[in-house]
Design a protein around this ligand. Sequence first.
Ligand SMILES: [Zn+2]
Length: 278
Amino acid sequence: MKLSQIIMLGGIFIISNQKFITDILNINYDQIESIDSIKNSDHSLNFFVKLKPVSNLRCPYCDSCHIVGNGFTKRKLIHSTLVNRKCIIFYKRRRYLCKDCSSSFSEKNPFINTGESVTLETKINVLKDLKFVANTYSAVAARYNISVTKVIQIFDKHVDIKRKPLPEVLSIDEHFFPQSNYDSLYMCIFMDFITGEIVDVLPDRKKAYIANYLSAIRAQTLNKYTNKSELHNVKYISIDLYDNYRDIAHIYFPKAIVCADPFHVLKHLTEGFNQVRL
Ligand SMILES: [Zn+2]
């Protein structure tokens, strides 16, 4: 039956196309013991899935083959693989009990790792979309029917962008970012002043956070023979007129020349002139 041939039943639609369903769920039909699907009046889709028990199962803790069924756990999973259409899997996940070591465990499945509520397919889609700078967290969250916080969690967990080496001329600045998970309204940006390349983005601009960050770099890169670390590469530091940055610069880069960022100097001068005029 084609997707267009949907049977309407009491205000809801029931889809009965095996290929369509297995494609969406990314599973083989052989794995399924039972599956029902409902298309709601708002076009969202619900799937009710139970997988077949696995034969020759072994205990992951003691490798025993004396395994018995131990009921099910019901999981509600967000599975956003269709554009602009909400899709939820109600997954009845099998539990097993080992008769030798009395450990219980859940069946393996293609949807989630234990304790998660967003399917692997959804995460892959989220990460693919976030490759494009124009896709904001909130746009991706709306597209895949998950919260902005969840999108940020997925990104933070799976994407580890290595920082670049500290440059000779380091610029430290901030960016207003109230959505941060940290107790800070501002992110702190380290940039190569000459090339304009971003060295690293810190989620917090507070002194303690930056101090910990730089202490870690110093500890990781310290050469015990020369007693020099990567911090010694920095010869000049450009900052705005924020006291914390000046203190940090003097503590961690004592030999570097600290300069006020010309943009911020002009901004302060202009504000000063305006006040005098008033
Ligand atoms: Zn066992």
